[in-house]
Each structure stands twice: as structure tokens, then as C-alpha cells.
Design a binder for this molecule. Structure first.
Ligand SMILES: Cc1ncc(COP(=O)(O)O)c(C=O)c1O
Length: 313
């Protein structure tokens, strides 16, 4: 789906017209992938709108920047306030928010020292990322996730998404909705843009971050919700074949939210329908995000915009 434009983009502390948020082709980021970014959702509520886990996302942006020695000239509070100002100025919710910090136009060498850091935040409507209500048909990718000590998997860096593109394109070409990457040792890591959970005998499992997975904010939300609902959750290395014999499997992510998986490599998961535990966790997640259940974990930042209709895929 093409990007639906809004009026303004936040650039280094100022709101500028969407069309003017451009960079030069010789910018460092274009040649070397030197960017870190975030994906955040703002949900419609019965009386306005709210951003889901805004400070946690902006903190991860700062952490990603720190890993890459990018000194962002904005504090956590300034970045959060910038996102709220932008959303209220554009007046568009529900929406997806894309902060990005990049190394701009300066020098052409690999060393980023002479290239200025630019920070942008955009917001725009974006619907369901994983289409279909009955669950996604996915495959195990022939591409592995990033090996430890090569590209840091905990940094949400633009360059990492070359690996995600390989996984996702291969899956799509072969008729699947998404691909799951194994880590360099053949253990389950994550989807091209999602963390993964399985349920077996009533217990939830997800790979630890040391299996080259991003520290997903939705993953953390699901861990919190599952424990709150009284489920046992275990973070442990998962062999590939455990996916095939799981009772339930689902993806989590800001774009994917909580998305059930129907089959993996054409092997049907459970009875092929979204499982009961996936549904319970999804209900709680969407209930909180949409303001229909209490914000018991303090995850919402209100914005003064009345929500329009949710965008569908
Ligand atoms: C590779 C990857 N893993 C996991 C996630 C899920 O992270 P989050 O829940 O913070 O969106 C994403 C999405 O940002 C991702 O791109």
C-alpha cells in the first residue's frame, strides 16, 4: 500500500512540510545504511487517541543510536514531545509513527565523523501489516538472521533490514505471507519484522534476545500481559521443529501487533485456527491499545486528536 501522506514532518525540532523532508543522494545513509529508526502506533480511543509505549520506543531509538555511536541532539522527553506535537498538528489517527535518525550529507568515506546527524519523525495511516483474519501462512527462511557480533540485532538499524528484505521477499515469492529467520546456529530467532511466540501444553515460549532477535516492545507487552493473565512464559532457545508441533504460534510487533500463524512450511499449526491463548492475549493487547480495557501498565500517551476509522490492509 503506498504511503498516505500527511501535512508535516518533524525535522530536528521543527515541523516542516511533508514534501520538503528530503535528503541528498550523496548522504552517508544512502551509501552505508547508517540510520536507526522506530515504528510506533497511535490508536483510536473512545475519547481521543493514544500512542502505545511511546517512551519505550524512543528509548530504544536512543539505545540503537548509542550502539552506533550516533549522538542524537535530543533527549527522550524532547523526542516524545516531538511525536505528540506532530500527531496533534497532522490531526491523523489511528496512525503509524516513524522516527528516524540518520547520517546525512557531508563526507563520502565510510567514517561517519563528517556527516551530520538528522532526526525526522513522520506519521501516517497504516493498516494491518499481516493480512488475513484466520492466521498467516509462513515459512522458515533459507536466510539466517544476523550472526552475533556482526550486525547488532538489538539495534533497530536501517542496515539490518537488508536481511529482513531477503527473508520477506523469499517468503512472498514462494507464496507465504512472512518468513521466520533462524539464528546462525539454526535456532528460531524471529520473523523479518516480528518476534515470535509458541504455545505448547498451555505454556508460552519465546526465544531470548541472544538468539539474534530484536527486543520488541510488543514482545515485552505480551510477556507482561501473559504473566498478568497467569500464564507461564519461558524465554528459551527453540529448535525449528518445535514450531511444527506447537499448539499455537503467533507473531508480535508494532506493525504486526498480535498475529496468529496458521501454518509453517505448509504444516498446519494446531487445528489451523487462532488458538485460545493467542486470542486471550490479543484481546488484552488490543483492549488496552484501543482504550477499551484499563491502561493497567501505564502504556498509553494521550494525544489530542479524535480518531478516524482504522485503516484496513
Ligand atoms: C526484526 C524485528 N523484530 C521484531 C520486531 C517487533 O518489535 P516491536 O514490537 O518493538 O515493534 C520488529 C519491528 O519493529 C522487527 O523489525
Amino acid at each position: 500500500m503506498p504511503i498516505q501522506t500527511t501535512s508535516k514532518i518533524w525535522h530536528n525540532g521543527n515541523l516542516i512540510p511533508w514534501e520538503q523532508a528530503t535528503i541528498h543522494v550523496m548522504s552517508h545513509v544512502i551509501h552505508y545504511g547508517s540510520s536507526v529508526f522506530e515504528g510506533i502506533r497511535c490508536y483510536g480511543q473512545p475519547h481521543g487517541s493514544a500512542v502505545f509505549r511511546l517512551p519505550e520506543h524512543m528509548q530504544r531509538l536512543l539505545d540503537s543510536a548509542k550502539i552506533y555511536r550516533m549522538e542524537l541532539p535530543f533527549t527522550l522527553e524532547e523526542l516524545c514531545a516531538g511525536a505528540v506535537d506532530l500527531i496533534e498538528s497532522n490531526g491523523v489517527t489511528p496512525c503509524y509513527i516513524r522516527p528516524i535518525a540518520l547520517r546525512g550529507y557531508g563526507e563520502i568515506g565510510v567514517s561517519p565523523k563528517g556527516s551530520p546527524i538528522e532526526v525526522y519523525i513522520a506519521n501516517f495511516p497504516w493498516g494491518k501489516y499481516i493480512a488475513g483474519h484466520g492466521g498467516a501462512d509462513v515459512c522458515i527462511s533459507s536466510w539466517n538472521r544476523l550472526a552475533p557480533n556482526t550486525m547488532p540485532a538489538l539495534a533497530k538499524a536501517g542496515a539490518n533490514y537488508m536481511n529482513s528484505q531477503l527473508i520477506h521477499m523469499e517468503a512472498e515469492i514462494n507464496g507465504y505471507q512472512e518468513g521466520i529467520g533462524l539464528d546462525v546456529n539454526g535456532l528460531v530467532s524471529e520473523g523479518s519484522g516480528e518476534n515470535i511466540f509458541i504455545v505448547r501444553n498451555g505454556v508460552l515460549y519465546t526465544p531470548p534476545l541472544s538468539n539474534s532477535a530484536l527486543s520488541g516492545i510488543t514482545r515485552d507487552s505480551v510477556l507482561t500481559i501473559a504473566r498478568h493473565l497467569g500464564f507461564t512464559v519461558i524465554e528459551q532457545a527453540l529448535p525449528r521443529e518445535l514450531l511444527y508441533i506447537a499448539d499455537e504460534v503467533f507473531f508480535t510487533g508494532t506493525a504486526a501487533e498480535v498475529s496468529p500463524i496458521r501454518s509453517i512450511d505448509r504444516i498446519v499449526v494446531g487445528d489451523g485456527k487462532p488458538g485460545e491463548i493467542t486470542k486471550k492475549i490479543g484481546d488484552e493487547f488490543f483492549g488496552i491499545a484501543n482504550g477499551l480495557k484499563p491502561d493497567r501498565f501505564g502504556w498509553l500517551t494521550p494525544v489530542k486528536v479524535n480518531a478516524g476509522e482504522p485503516v484496513t490492509a
